[in-house]
Design a binder for this molecule. Structure first.
Ligand code: ADP
Ligand code: MG
Length: 284
């Protein structure tokens, strides 16, 4: 669905490239997460794939078309939610979706069905100017689905949403995948990516040095540890031991025998640990 090879991009007038040798592949019916801290170049990558920044070098092909020469038909097959919601504030939620739907030639999804997907049915007749940031983000997501797209681009789709609504959005993304759609997602939320992405790529210094499924990456880069806590002269002391081989570690045995043992926990690596390891390799 998406194939990028050795992509380089510098904003006009800027001295430093945002993207520098970036490569990534996204397959059909996959949820791909582009991860990285704020300013890494995630939104820029999405904009290039949408044909909005044609001044790149390298290869970027989406649905078989080069990103700097996309045909009109391309836009009928994709859905986009930008980082900042692009909506008509004076219109209601339902009117917004009807209007965006009218821009497409093919059949479109009914505004009411879309609003129900993101828990906005009760707000269908409210003006968008009265929406909270989280409500706008969810309406923005509906906008991306109006034309029943096979490929959906979502830039930070859960930003500004409370935890319960962020869950609605994550569940919707899982539904999109189960319907056979492909999702290209950018986020700085590592826990969210670990939950919903089939594969993730870390954007570091304008390229993606490491790609894989969240589980594989956490296994590859994260060493499971056991943390033992005990009390010593009134204060809490702790030590961490690698899970592998801990039974033969005399210090671990000593810690276990502490008369004031408080707790023993396994600490599993998260994607944020993987990111720190990947970003650290660059410096080392
Ligand atoms: P992210 O989405 O990962 O937070 P962006 O893609 O928005 O990052 O931005 C990447 C870098 O490019 C940042 O340093 C940002 O300041 C810069 N940048 C973004 N848009 C422009 C622009 N239109 N002109 C010049 N620099 C820009
Ligand atoms: Mg961004």
């Amino acid at each position: 669905m998406i194939s990028v090879e050795n992509l380089n991009f510098t904003f006009p007038g800027s001295a430093t490239p945002v993207l520098h040798g970036l490569s990534l592949q996204v397959s059909r019916a996959e949820v791909y997460g582009l991860l990285g801290p704020s300013g890494a170049g995630k939104s820029t990558t999405q904009r290039i794939l949408l044909g909005l920044e044609p001044g790149y070098t390298g290869q970027a092909t989406i649905l078989g078309q080069p990103a700097n020469a996309l045909k009109r038909s391309y836009y009928g097959r994709i859905g986009v939610s930008f980082e900042l919601p692009a909506l008509y504030l004076r219109l209601t939620a339902r009117e917004n979706l009807a209007l965006f739907g009218a821009l497409y030639e093919g059949t479109t999804r009914s505004p009411d069905d879309l609003l129900a997907l993101v828990d906005l049915s009760d707000a269908a007749d409210m003006r968008v100017s009265d929406f909270s940031k989280g409500m706008k983000m969810r309406l923005n997501l509906c906008r991306a689905l109006v034309n029943d797209p096979e490929l959906v681009f979502l830039d930070e789709p859960t930003s500004g949403q409370d935890p319960a609504r962020a869950r609605v959005t994550r569940d919707l993304i899982k539904t999109l995948k189960s319907e056979g759609r492909t999702v290209f997602l950018t986020t700085h939320n590592m826990a969210e990516a670990a939950e919903i992405c089939d594969r993730v790529g870390f954007l570091v210094d304008g390229r993606i040095p490491v790609t894989g499924s969240p589980d594989d990456l956490m296994r590859r880069f994260g060493e499971p540890l056991v943390e033992v806590k005990w009390r010593k002269q009134g204060t809490l002391d702790h030590a961490r031991f690698p899970l592998a081989g801990m039974a033969d570690d005399p210090d671990f045995i000593t810690a276990l025998k502490s008369p004031d043992l408080v707790s023993i926990h396994t600490l599993e690596a998260g994607l944020d640990d993987v990111f720190i390891a990947v970003a650290g390799q660059r410096e080392g």
